[in-house]
Design a protein around this ligand. Structure first.
Ligand code: SF4
Ligand code: SF4
Length: 82
């Protein structure tokens, strides 16, 4: 599974950038529709949950996001190969 940021909910606080132990997130450089520099999931393949299904582990990013902007999505076949 991979973490995905909802651009309509993210406020660009960057908590996910600082808290992820695997450095999956980076600070955004493009301003969102809502007027924030949203964080970016730049390295989803580094996440503990990469290629993991069923019970997920870590989830620090999801639990720490004050706007509940991060959710889990299945990876594509291409992404699974990374
Ligand atoms: S913690 Fe949530 S609101 Fe803050 S930058 Fe990350 S996704 Fe956006
Ligand atoms: S689950 Fe953990 S390792 Fe994966 S992106 Fe979130 S904080 Fe990083």
């Amino acid at each position: 599974m991979k973490p995905v940021i909802n651009p309509k909910l993210c406020k660009g606080c960057n908590i996910c950038v600082y808290i992820c132990p695997k450095k999956c997130y980076t600070k955004g450089t493009d301003i969102s529709e809502m007027g924030y520099f949203n964080a970016v999931v730049s390295f989803p393949e580094k996440c503990y949950n990469h290629n993991r299904e069923g019970k997920l582990i870590c989830e620090l990013c999801v639990l720490s996001c004050p706007d509940q902007a991060i959710s889990w999505h299945p990876e594509t076949e291409e992404e699974k190969k990374k």
